[in-house]
Design a protein around this ligand. Structure first.
Ligand SMILES: *[C@@H]1O[C@H](CO)[C@@H](O)[C@H](O)[C@H]1NC(C)=O
Ligand SMILES: *[C@@H]1O[C@H](CO)[C@@H](O)[C@H](O)[C@H]1NC(C)=O
Ligand SMILES: *[C@@H]1O[C@H](CO)[C@@H](O)[C@H](O)[C@H]1NC(C)=O
Ligand SMILES: *[C@@H]1O[C@H](CO)[C@@H](O)[C@H](O)[C@H]1NC(C)=O
Ligand SMILES: *[C@@H]1O[C@H](CO)[C@@H](O)[C@H](O)[C@H]1NC(C)=O
Ligand SMILES: *[C@@H]1O[C@H](CO)[C@@H](O)[C@H](O)[C@H]1NC(C)=O
Length: 327
């Protein structure tokens, strides 16, 4: 009893420390809850900080997360296998002149040789890429799936804007650079998130999680990992992704009546969207192969009207007579 009495100061001391800690926890608890339930943990953290009394929370400072760099992936394992023709020139020119990136990376195995590539070459930085054969031990043989994997790797490592080789850019992407990760809905008979245009900061949580999903990759299931899986994931990890509506990126779609609307009618208004995906595998033989600077200037279609201004970037000495469909 004597020794307990002697150390009696100890108990109120411990009680005091405990009360202080509990008080601190309660005061900060609302911050923790607010952080956890915010639209994006990372964004909230960057904009407000935790318990930062200097912050002006009515006007959070927006922080750019995605570097304004463009990435293209061009996987011609056989140097003669993939052309770079006029439609590619048009896509690159629209992106470079509209987004005005700090840098454009051309991730390729072999550089193309065509006339149209020579016009683009001074505007891009060449990055030699690897030949994909497997992902998590699963074979990858289809060229589009190899490209899917390279685009995810470069976005994870560098961040930036990835575009397919047949994407026409109609509006700047500046306001999309403030989100961790952005994709657009492709709405046909089902809804998916098309991976032809992706905006990502380096190591965006959504992206790294999507890549882990390739553990059960199946090369023979055309759209499963590339567009259906991210759509499903966006319902679960909605805080980590900014989803654009079906008209923002991928409208009109690749369905026949939609291709006609873009390339054969003059009735579609492209003014409320960032990009138009030309769906070259679907549209090439019916429409794209007939496009030329001359046809774009002279024929009034929804598509021609909106891309016409990019012809101003043709070389001054461009000779329509020498236009060669084979590039
Ligand atoms: C916070 O930002 C708003 C909007 O910019 C401004 O009107 C206000 O004066 C700022 N408050 C402080 C304390 O700086
Ligand atoms: C939607 O269309 C695609 C391609 O035409 C087809 O493979 C798929 O089965 C269709 N899905 C549904 C839910 O109808
Ligand atoms: C997406 O979710 C649907 C509905 O739950 C499911 O049937 C489908 O298999 C899922 N697809 C992928 C690729 O995860
Ligand atoms: C879809 O997104 C575009 C681009 O952000 C916007 O202009 C348009 O108003 C949106 N449409 C709807 C129905 O919300
Ligand atoms: C397209 O829509 C925009 C805005 O909605 C409008 O200002 C413009 O006049 C329209 N263009 C045509 C050709 O209808
Ligand atoms: C032009 O490029 C498209 C898209 O890659 C391709 O389908 C087409 O065969 C090319 N055309 C020629 C004539 O090389």
């Amino acid at each position: 009893m004597a020794s307990l009495h002697k150390n009696a100061w100890f108990f109120p001391f411990i009680l005091g420390i405990t009360l202080l800690a509990a008080g601190y926890y309660v005061i900060n608890f609302h911050n923790i809850i607010e952080l956890a339930s915010s639209q994006s943990h990372y964004e909230n953290y960057l904009n407000k900080g935790l318990g930062n009394s200097d912050c002006n929370c009515t006007a959070p400072k927006r922080t750019q997360k995605v570097p304004k760099i463009l990435h293209y992936v061009y996987l011609n394992e056989d140097p003669a296998s993939l052309p770079f023709n006029f439609t590619h020139w048009l896509a690159f020119t629209s992106a470079i002149e509209t987004i005005k990136p700090e840098k454009t990376y051309f991730h390729c195995i072999h550089e193309p040789k065509s006339y149209w590539y020579q016009l683009i070459k001074p505007k891009v930085s060449i990055m030699k890429t690897r030949i994909v054969t497997k992902i998590f031990g699963n074979p990858v043989n289809i060229i589009q799936h190899k490209s899917d994997i390279i685009r995810m790797e470069v976005l994870r490592d560098f961040g930036g804007i990835y575009l397919d080789l047949d994407v026409i850019v109609l509006q700047p992407f500046d306001d999309l650079l403030y989100y961790d990760f952005t994709m657009g809905i492709e709405k046909t008979n089902q809804s998916t998130l098309c991976n032809a245009a992706i905006v990502s900061r380096p190591f965006a949580p959504f992206l790294t999680r999507w890549m882990l999903g390739y553990k059960d990759f199946d090369d023979s299931d055309w759209s499963r990992h590339s567009i259906r899986l991210p759509y499903n994931m966006s319902k679960v990890y909605s805080n980590d992704i900014h989803v654009l509506n079906a008209t923002a990126f991928f409208w009109p779609t690749w369905m026949d009546e939609h291709l006609d609307l873009a390339y054969a009618s003059n009735n579609y208004n492209f003014s409320n969207q960032y990009i138009y995906h030309m769906w070259s595998t679907k549209s090439y033989y019916k429409y794209l192969q007939y496009l030329s600077p001359k046809s774009i200037k002279s024929e009034e279609t929804s598509f021609n009207r909106v891309v016409r201004k990019f012809l101003n970037y043709l070389p001054k000495d461009f000779n329509e007579k020498n236009f060669d469909f084979d590039g």
